[in-house]
Design a protein around this ligand. Sequence first.
Ligand code: DAT
Ligand code: MG
Length: 152
Amino acid sequence: MEKEQTFVLIKPDGVQRRIIGRIMQRFEDKGFSMVAMKMLIPNQELLQKHYEELMFKPFFPCLICYMLSGPVIAMIWQGKDVVRQIRSMLGEGRNPLEQKPGTVRGDYALELQRNLIHGSDSCESAQKEINLWFNLKEIVDWKPSDLNWVCE
Ligand code: DAT
Ligand code: MG
């Protein structure tokens, strides 16, 4: 069974625009399993850690302010090649205007900052982000009953 995991965050605009379900549907349809989920309003400290690599970018204060503006949905998704697959399903490249139709950002977003969703960009950052946003006991170990029909 493929245990690769990735961290996905539906940002405040995704929650306010009521497209949580449609986004999650895409990942379920592909054959991935959700193993943790919670809604929260993140605090500044958590966001600063999450985006620590961008700390010195001029847009950083604006990014933090936007991410603090309402509830988000934090999730862990599991499955074969899930880190790379979900990045491509989001629309890799942060500018939604450059994403293809069929991707989340390509279908639902127009702006660089209001790009709806975050997905880990590597297995290493997935582990780091999962540890930052979740406790071990919030992660559910389960096996979908159709898994043998999805993966060979
Ligand atoms: P991604 O979200 O595709 O992983 P990233 O990690 O480089 O992109 O940047 C994180 C977020 O920061 C991104 O989703 C939107 C915001 N951002 C990046 N570059 C920006 C810019 N030049 N102006 C405004 N916001 C920006
Ligand atoms: Mg990133």
